[in-house]
Design a protein around this ligand. Structure first.
Ligand SMILES: Nc1ncnc2c1ncn2[C@@H]1O[C@H](COP(=O)(O)OP(=O)(O)OP(=O)(O)O)[C@@H](O)[C@H]1O
Length: 276
């Protein structure tokens, strides 16, 4: 649980309680005798946008897979709204978006968007699946592209379909692993902005893995920096810039200060830590 204190001008402080939706306690992961993640403690309050950033190989994807129930930690525990990740995934509480959209090339956008839902809920008719797919495509700004196949879509559009596909399950948590990593800088900015709007409209809890300091600060409420050898959290910062945020926020002096703070934290985490 997290408590934020806000103080209106001249007024008494007010305390806002945020319950954690995701709670990670003492998680370590060992692959082939290599300590990949060491003693990770992390909590993500419900409805928050949180980013994980760190050097290549520090274990960000591994941590996301542990949250998604796709990998088991060697030690420690993870709870998603009181459930194990595997149970939460079974209850369709977790949506995952990877760097590669992985769309089915022979299906159009609307059928790709409803693809996971069609597997998860066999009782839905084709018309119901299409309606849900179309609703999600509209949410991600692709309402007009329903009948296009993946080879007729740009990389950014394909990622929008992948986000629609994850959201079609109506998960409580959206886990995103470098979803915009393969996109050009301008498309990436506009995808980040769209993601913020989707987040604000849906109220999902989002955990984003990114290599971009600007993207992490632009989008998130909290950023956790990971260091390498072993992968561990080396620092966390709160981003108190008000929402809604647009790209103009990147010119705010507070934004620039946070970039410097996060870069310094990441530089420190680039040195191998004491794994003993
Ligand atoms: N299934 C696996 N078996 C053995 N080692 C693995 C496995 N998956 C990942 N690793 C190792 O674990 C370490 C962390 O990998 P991971 O992909 O989680 O890092 P990352 O921070 O997401 O990297 P990047 O930013 O490059 O995607 C790496 O050294 C990797 O080689």
């Amino acid at each position: 649980m997290r408590i934020d204190t806000i103080r209106a001008a001249g007024g008494k402080p007010a305390h806002i309680r945020h319950d954690d939706l995701i709670s990670v306690k003492g998680v370590s992961v060992v692959y082939a005798r290599q300590l990949v993640l060491q003693n990770i403690d992390l909590s993500v309050p419900k409805g928050f946008f949180v980013s994980l950033i760190g050097p290549s190989g520090c274990g960000k994807s591994t941590l996301l897979k542990v949250l998604a129930g796709l990998e088991q930690p060697t030690s420690g525990s993870v709870s998603i709204d009181g459930l194990s990740p595997v149970e939460a995934a079974r209850k369709r509480m977790i949506g995952v978006v990877f760097q590669d959209a992985n769309l089915l090339p022979w299906k159009n956008a609307v059928d790709n968007a409803s693809m996971l839902l069609s597997i998860a809920d066999k009782s839905l008719s084709r018309a119901e699946l299409r309606a849900r797919g179309q609703e999600m495509l509209e949410l991600v700004g692709l309402g007009d592209a329903a009948h296009k196949r993946p080879n007729e879509l740009s990389g950014g559009m394909r990622q929008r379909v992948a986000i629609a596909r994850a959201l079609a399950l109506d998960p409580a948590v959206l886990l995103m692993d470098e979803p915009f990593g393969a996109l050009d800088a301008i498309t990436r900015d506009s995808m980040g902005q769209s993601l913020l709007e989707i987040w604000q409209r849906t109220g999902k809890t989002i955990v984003l893995v990114t290599h971009s300091i600007d993207e992490a600060i632009h989008l998130s409420r909290h950023v956790h920096a990971l260091g390498i050898k072993p992968g561990r959290i080396t620092g966390s910062i709160d981003i108190d810039l008000p929402y809604p945020r647009d790209l103009a926020v990147t010119e705010d002096p507070e934004f620039v200060r946070l970039v410097v703070q996060l870069r310094t934290m990441l530089r420190a985490g680039h040195q191998p830590g004491d794994a003993s």
